[in-house]
Every structure is written in structure tokens, then in C-alpha cells.
Write a protein that binds this ligand. Structure first.
Ligand code: HEM
Length: 406
């Protein structure tokens, strides 16, 4: 029924896969374009065309069971933790429509000066020291603080909110599921947000939470529970992913000195650098879907009710879509990276296309601009690097670096 050679095993929980999944993806594309894993009970699509088609086809490939393999997060209740990311039409359209009245491109663009201030604050603390952990001291802090800034968490509470947010997404080695500390943190965070929403109902400000409280479309409004659900989704979807994008940009430029020279000589290519990093080693490696009917593909049938992994990380390395995909080339999509639109799978495609893509790109642009302005050159301690072990997110948990400042 399915294609795939006996010896080909793709297990997203395997630490070796986390180190370097790309050779395995190449084999999946060649030998098993509709891959079946009985032990973990999923199918996987790895071709660029198949992954993008499935993203677009939300009728046959449903989000209603969530988007992750994690047992506790997969099922009809997934929307409770992941809001409209785990919904299909019409519920998805209603929620996303209401939220996007508050989460507007203008609101994102207006964040620019504050993101820059936040980035500079952290960089001023670490660049002088000459050696620091790129993740713990910089990239792991900025995205959550940007989310907090946007939704209106006061500066005094940010470190605590960041601690709780990090705990909710942290997974322990060898443990499948959510550690108890993560559950406790999620409850505390929800309680914090509940209070914040109640406060904004009484005394609105100009932050995103107040905008969400006030949104109204034809008499329809967001409930407190729905607003809190969205605030939580921003953390799940927008915190670690952006941290990992920054880490990968720093790391892959270091590993490819000729490419690093291009961005250092001409910071006008930073946007191109970001797009190529998104393609080459995306933090969102795979998104799960539920097949709602039998799907025939490449001579196989994916039965209705199956779990299907869309391997965005593989789509981004498919030679059918990208010339010499194993090469990291910061000018691949042009100096401003504009040619990546519609080509890379990193932000998904279609109705669930990442709502924070513009924010993630803006954060990365500012962070890298401010870094290049301060740093003459940098080195990475390869032996000290550690990757996270999560099925959905790929990237560094530790990235020790030394810099020579300008
Ligand atoms: C490099 C950083 C990021 C990456 C790689 C990324 C990736 C993605 C992907 C692949 C999806 C689609 C999931 C699917 O189709 O199942 C998605 C959805 C989403 N992302 Fe992002 N994301 C990033 C940053 C952000 C940020 C900064 C935010 C907001 C603070 C955000 C908010 C969202 C939301 C709300 C959705 C759900 C959209 C929907 O279901 O309609 N993301 N993201």
C-alpha cells in the first residue's frame, strides 16, 4: 500500500535525526515519497510539491487534531492549547479574522523602535564581554520580550513571564510528553493572562490585548478564553521558532565564511540572509495533519483518519524546487530575499500561513543589523553547541560564541 524500503526508518524522536535530518529527508524523497512509520503511527510527505499542496488543501488535510506528534497535544481538544492553529473552517476563519483586526501589519511595523531598543539592551550587556552564549544571553530572550511588549506585559513582569513561557515549551530528554513543571507553568501563565485581560477590560490601553478586547465584527467578539488562547498560541508559535532562526543565521554564516563576508560587506543583504536561513535550516521542521478522506498519492493510499507529517524541512531542500539545495547561499532569493515568497515551506502556506511571519522577519532583521554593527568577526565553539530535542522545533539550545567588537 505504501512505498518505502525496509531499511529506511524515519523517527522524529531519534536524537541522531535531530543532529542532521537532511540525509534522511533526501532518502525519503527518493525512496518513500509517501513514507509510513507503523511504530509511531504516521505517514510523512517530503516532496516540495506534495508538502505545499497538502498545506493548501485544508479539506483533506485537517488541522483539527493539532499540528504536533506529541501524544498529549494530538486529538480533537488540541485547540484548547493551540487556539485557531488547531481549527478548520469555519471556526478558523472566524477566530483568525477577529484576531487579525488587532494583530495588524501596522501594529507589527510600529514595534520596530522598541524591538531595536530591546536588542541593543541585551547586546550592550554581552558584546563587551567578548564571549557569551548566543541563545541564553540574546536570541533566547528577545522574541519572548517582543511578544510581551506587544501584548502589554509590564517590563517588571517580563523575566517571570519569559521563565514561565520557556518552561511550557521545554521538553526533557527521553521523556515523551509534558513535564510537570511545564504543566504548572502553563497554568500560572494562563492565570497571569486572565488577570491581564480582566484589567484591560476595565482600563484599556493601546496594546494588543486591549485591541483584542475591543475587536468587533458584525456583533461578534472574542471571549476572554479565546483571547488567552491566542496569547498562548503566540508563545507556542512565535517564541522558540524565532530564537532558533536567529541561532541558525549566526551559526550557518559562521560555517560558511564566504557567505558571511557578503553580509558583512553589505548589510543590505541581511534580508536575503534571513530568507536563506529560513530555507536551509528551518526551525519549523514538520507540521502534522489529519487525513479526512483516503488520499491517493505516488501509487499509495493514505487512509482517512491517518496522521500525516508535512516535512517542511525536507521541502526546503528538494532539488526539484531549489538549485543545489545543500548549499547555503545568502543571495539565493535576491538581496532583499523577496524571491523566497511562495517558495519556502518554513511559514506554511494557505489559510494557516504564519501570522507572525512579518514580525519574525522584522525581529531577525533588527537583531542581525545590530549585531553586524557591533561585531567585527565571530567564532562559535562547535563542541559546546547543543541542539534542542523537540519534534517540531529544530535549533540550538546552546551556541557558545566569541566576538571581536568593532
Ligand atoms: C521564524 C519564526 C517562525 C516560524 C518558522 C513560524 C512557522 C509557522 C508555521 C509553519 C505555521 C503554520 C503551521 C501550520 O500550517 O500548521 C505558523 C503559524 C502561526 N504562527 Fe508562526 N512562525 C514563526 C514566528 C511566529 C511569530 C513571531 C508569531 C507571533 C508572535 C507567530 C504566530 C503564528 C500564529 C498565530 C500561527 C497560526 C496561524 C493559523 O493557524 O492561522 N509565528 N508559524
Amino acid at each position: 500500500m505504501t512505498t518505502g524500503s525496509e531499511s529506511l526508518v524515519f523517527d522524529p524522536y531519534d536524537y541522531q535525526v535531530h543532529e542532521d535530518p537532511y540525509p534522511l529527508y533526501a532518502r525519503l524523497r527518493d525512496e518513500a515519497p509517501v513514507y509510513r512509520n507503523d511504530d509511531r503511527d504516521f505517514f510523512a510527505l517530503s516532496h516540495h510539491g506534495d508538502v505545499l499542496d497538502a498545506f493548501r488543501d485544508s479539506t483533506r488535510f485537517s488541522n483539527s487534531y493539532g499540528v504536533t506528534l506529541d501524544e498529549l497535544a494530538w486529538g480533537p481538544d488540541a485547540w484548547r492549547a493551540m487556539s485557531f492553529l488547531a481549527m478548520d473552517p469555519p471556526q478558523h476563519g472566524r477566530m483568525r479574522g477577529l484576531v487579525s483586526r488587532g494583530f495588524t501589519p501596522r501594529r507589527v511595523a510600529e514595534m520596530e523602535p522598541r524591538i531595536r531598543e530591546l536588542a541593543v539592551e541585551y547586546l550592550d550587556q554581552v558584546i563587551e564581554a567578548g564571549s557569551f552564549d548566543f541563545v541564553a544571553d540574546f536570541a533566547g530572550k528577545l522574541p519572548m520580550d517582543v511578544i510581551s511588549e506587544m501584548v502589554g506585559v509590564p517590563v517588571a513582569d517580563r523575566a517571570e513571564v519569559r521563565r514561565l513561557a520557556d518552561l511550557t515549551v521545554h521538553r526533557e530528554e527521553g521523556v515523551i510528553g509534558i513535564p510537570e513543571a511545564g504543566i504548572v507553568a502553563a497554568i500560572e501563565l494562563a492565570a497571569y493572562y486572565t488577570e491581564m485581560v480582566a484589567e484591560r477590560r476595565k482600563h484599556p490601553t493601546d496594546d494588543l490585548t486591549s485591541a483584542l478586547v475591543e475587536v468587533e465584527v458584525d456583533g461578534d467578539r472574542l471571549s476572554d478564553e479565546e483571547i488567552i488562547g491566542f496569547l498562548t498560541l503566540m508563545i507556542v508559535a512565535g517564541n522558540e521558532t524565532t530564537t532558533k532562526l536567529l541561532g541558525h543565521a549566526w551559526y550557518w554564516a559562521w560555517r560558511n565564511p564566504d557567505q558571511r563576508r557578503i553580509v558583512q560587506d553589505d548589510p543590505g543583504t541581511i534580508l536575503g540572509w534571513i530568507e536563506e536561513t529560513l530555507r536551509y535550516d528551518t526551525s519549523s521542521q514538520m507540521l502534522a495533519r489529519l487525513a479526512t478522506e483516503d488520499v491517493a498519492l505516488h501509487g499509495s493510499v493514505i487512509p482517512a483518519g491517518s496522521r500525516v507529517l508535512l516535512l517542511a524541512g525536507s521541502a526546503n531542500r528538494d532539488p526539484q524546487a531549489f538549485e543545489q539545495p545543500e548549499e547555503y547561499r545568502v543571495l539565493r532569493f535576491g538581496r532583499d530575499g523577496a524571491e523566497s515568497r511562495g517558495a519556502i515551506a518554513s511559514f506554511g502556506v494557505g489559510r494557516h500561513f504564519c501570522m507572525g511571519a512579518a514580525l519574525a522577519r522584522l525581529e531577525a532583521q533588527i537583531a542581525l543589523e545590530e549585531l553586524l554593527a557591533r561585531v567585527q568577526t565571530w567564532d562559535v565553539d562547535q563542541d559546546g553547541c547543543r541542539r534542542v530535542h523537540s519534534v517540531n522545533v529544530r535549533g540550538f539550545a546552546a551556541l557558545p560564541t566569541t566576538v571581536t567588537s568593532r
